[in-house]
Design a protein around this ligand. Structure first.
Ligand code: GLN
Length: 492
């Protein structure tokens, strides 16, 4: 049954429904894989095998009763910033070490109701701030393709777990690229849905106007399956939108005749890895061969996106993180007076990157600077969104690199926050505009995955997925797995 780790979620569902395998078989295969590789990958902060076992038994019952859903019996990883009632939720921070949420995030609840198998809580940069998962207060996660390289971030654990075949699919969150960039670094598919498509209730907030939860998978089809299972209006999240959820997979197939793919000159920047540039160029050629019309477009405000993000995201974060004060949640270093309690708890509980963001944010929001920074940044954000609105009058999707480089060695960018922030130049604009973006494998550079991104109109995940599917099915990149076993054998 060990070969079950090689199956996609869609294939596992068929095998489960036909009675050829049980959910307990699926679980055993994946827990054996976790046992074999997790000490090298370190994708999870907490493994929840007991939870998953009870779910597998319930899933088998559900399949017998004919009440299975699309995610029943499928092994899932959950970024450890999604609240769960039966395992701690740390957000990668010492401030929330051992924190037990009294409720499930809505996406967790939706998967739990179908008896998906919760394998564990995946490592993340502290409060999702970072691009390498090195800012986790708990552990380093390795890139399964090269163990001394980073998996990307902040959802690095979710990406690595899928790439290492410890789970079929996983959930992450994306505020400026934290699903797409690690998906790209680990050679898997990662989708940031439209802002409002998926409820954020129970996602520990980083920057509330940018955060979205989305799927990681080893195929576009599996990403579509999971997206369908977590989408929808939620009364607990006023920003979630009541709009039809298409059957994404039903639209898959056929070539790309009639599809207009925009390519923006602003997505070629100095300092970009030439191998990434080359792979993306070839991918665009492939799209053309599939019948797509390639349309040069301009997104002139792209160059301001990164700077704008580093005002808006820290500003929102500084407000969101004010609640971690030693009184209500997690770590409490109580002192004789309240101010000292705050200072001690926050001083010891938060790591350096989180403190840097809080300082940036409070500065940008402080009286006297508010107009010059925060208000100005909001205006630029509107201009960035308008660029996309205009572009999407002439094109159906935009193709771009996911990240300017491939994965880097652990430690290579730790000393220079600017270098780290640059990982997200191509992913941040979609968050600014609230539009969907997907990362799909499009090549290799020295054994490390290269990734192509498609962005689409708001709530048009269907087109984004369909184009990504056509590209994937006509290329081979997604079919190889990382040489994990060989690396582990060599190391031991
Ligand atoms: N890397 C970006 C940051 O550090 C984006 C993080 C994210 O999307 N959560 O803020």
């Amino acid at each position: 049954m060990s070969e079950l780790i090689n199956r996609s979620a869609v294939e596992l569902r068929d095998l489960l429904d036909n009675g050829e395998i049980s959910a307990v078989d699926v679980l055993d295969a994946h827990l054996a894989r976790v046992e074999a590789v997790e000490a090298s990958v370190n994708a999870f902060i907490t493994i929840t095998d007991d939870v998953a076992r009870a779910q597998a038994q319930a899933a088998d019952q559900r399949i017998k009763n004919g009440t299975a859903g699309p995610m029943t019996g499928i092994p899932v990883g959950l970024k450890d910033i999604l609240c769960t009632t039966d395992a701690p939720t740390t957000a990668g921070s010492k401030l929330l070490e051992g924190y037990q949420s009294p409720y499930d995030a809505t996406v967790v609840k939706m998967l739990r109701e179908q008896d998906a198998l919760f394998i564990g809580k995946a490592n993340t940069d502290e409060f999702a701030m970072g691009s390498s998962t090195e800012h986790s207060a708990y552990q380093f996660t390795s890139n399964p393709w090269k163990l001394d390289h980073v998996p990307g971030g902040s959802s690095g654990g979710s990406a690595a777990a899928v790439s290492a075949q410890e789970v079929s699919v996983s959930l992450g969150s994306d505020t400026g690229g934290s699903i797409r960039q690690p998906a790209g670094f680990c050679g898997v598919v990662g989708l940031k849905p439209t802002y409002g498509r998926v409820s954020r209730f129970g996602l520990i907030a980083f920057a509330s106007s940018l955060d979205q939860i989305g799927p990681f998978a080893r195929s576009v089809e599996d990403a579509a399956l999971l997206l369908g299972a977590i989408s929808g209006k939620d009364p607990n999240d006023a920003t979630s939108v009541d709009t039809p959820i298409p059957d994404y997979r039903a639209t898959f197939g056929g070539d790309l005749t009639g599809v207009r793919v925009g390519v923006a000159e602003e997505y070629q920047i100095d300092g970009m890895d030439s191998r990434v540039e080359e792979s993306v160029k070839q991918a665009i050629g492939e799209l053309e061969k599939l019948g797509a019309e390639i349309v040069p477009i301009s997104l002139p405000h792209t160059e301001h996106a990164l700077a704008t993000y580093y005002i808006i995201a820290p500003a929102e974060a500084s407000a969101n993180l004010a609640r971690f004060d030693g009184v209500k949640y997690g770590l409490s270093l109580a002192q004789d007076n309240l101010l000292d309690t705050y200072l001690q708890t926050r001083g010891k509980g938060f790591g350096p990157e989180v403190k840097r963001r809080i300082m940036l944010g409070t500065y940008a929001l402080s009286s006297g600077y508010y107009d010059a920074y925060y208000v100005q940044a909001q205006k630029v954000r509107t201009l960035i969104k308008r660029d996309f609105d205009e572009a999407f009058q002439n094109v159906d999707v935009i193709a771009a690199p996911t990240s300017p480089t491939v994965s880097f060695q652990r430690g290579a960018r730790s000393a220079d926050p600017m270098q780290m922030y640059l990982s997200d130049v191509f992913t941040i604009p979609a968050n600014m505009a609230g539009i969907p973006g997907i990362a799909v494998p499009c090549g290799f550079a020295d054994g490390l995955p290269v990734s192509l991104q498609f962005m689409g109109r708001a709530f048009d995940e269907a087109t984004v997925l369909r184009v990504a599917y056509a590209y994937e099915q006509n290329t081979e990149w997604h079919t190889s797995n990382p040489p994990l076993d060989a690396q582990i054998t060599t190391a031991s």
